[in-house]
Write a protein that binds this ligand. Structure first.
Ligand code: G
Ligand code: G
Ligand code: MN
Ligand code: NA
Length: 254
């Protein structure tokens, strides 16, 4: 099998599972939500991270059935936590440009919400700047429909693409995630600090909340508290963990 066939086979066999990385209130440390991240449970290679297959999935179109698998898994998990009586926090899903190009993502989410009795405040969607800058009407329509369902939109990897500020306002995203490239440079130069400070101020001005990604040190977290950044995510707080571990974190940390 070549890589493309192998991935298609893996999707058909559902060799994937989700891990969950918490994001916390910068001041209190309380868990405010989890980001769902896909992993490939490969029969011989072990656990394969998305860096090794998402690009191929996108270029071959396999991201569409894989994305469906991911959404299904996440909604099932939320329903399971609800049925255990767990006080829920929102779970965010990454959606690739290619999934929106294929269409129907809004309807898929609507159906899953209904089937699993998951309310709009428990699911959030992470989109990159390139998606947000799309001029394709069908893509814009899906994003608008998702937002109108009451689902919060995160602008992922902020600062790495080309967001136009006017477009930011138009689309009405609720959350900005500052890319870890900026977070990792915090404290190394006054310039890096000013950059993050400016992004935080801009987010507040636009009435968006702000999450710093890739927080790895206490110094970075303290700087983010000082800059009034709302939430933090990263290895300092927790690596992505399995669903049972995520539940344990939730019971300990809020
Ligand atoms: O988990 P990890 O940091 O290795 O993820 C790397 C990247 O892969 C993330 O930045 C994210 O954009 C992408 N990714 C992870 N999980 C998913 C998923 O379920 N769907 C999509 N479309 N992308 C994902
Ligand atoms: O593009 P996206 O933001 O969805 O990517 C999330 C990815 O970043 C996940 O694959 C996750 O494993 C990784 N990640 C999460 N926290 C950290 C961190 O503190 N440092 C680094 N280097 N990577 C992180
Ligand atoms: Mn993300
Ligand atoms: Na990111």
């Amino acid at each position: 099998l070549d890589a493309e066939e192998e991935l298609r086979y893996a999707i058909a066999k559902k060799q994937f599972f989700m891990v969950y990385q918490p994001r916390v209130d910068t001041r209190t440390g309380d868990i405010r939500g989890f980001e769902a991240l896909v992993r490939w449970q490969h029969p011989t290679r072990g656990i394969v991270p998305p860096a090794q297959f998402i690009e191929l999935a996108e270029s071959t179109g396999s991201i569409v059935p894989l994305g469906s698998l991911v959404m299904d898994c996440v909604f099932r998990q939320i329903a399971a936590w609800q049925n255990m009586g767990e006080t829920p926090v929102p779970i965010s899903l990454n959606i690739s440009p290619r999934q929106l190009d294929a269409g129907g993502v809004d309807q898929q989410i609507k159906d899953l919400m209904k089937r699993h009795k998951v309310s709009a405040d428990l699911i959030e969607i992470e989109l990159t700047e390139s998606v947000m800058m799309s001029e394709v009407p069908a893509v814009i329509d899906q994003i608008t429909a998702i937002r109108q369902m009451g689902i919060k939109l995160h602008l992922d990897d902020f600062g790495t693409g080309y967001s136009s500020l006017s477009r930011l306002q138009e689309i009405e995203m609720q959350v900005i995630k500052i890319d870890r490239a900026f977070v990792s440079r915090l404290g190394t130069s006054s310039q890096a600090d000013v950059l993050v400070k400016t992004i935080v101020l801009m987010a507040k001005e636009l009435d968006m909340s702000i999450i710093a990604e890739g927080v790895e040190t206490i110094a970075q977290l303290e700087t983010l508290q000082h800059l009034d950044c709302d939430e933090a995510q990263g290895y300092l707080i927790a690596k992505p963990v399995t669903a049972p571990e995520a539940r344990k974190l939730l019971q300990q940390r809020r």
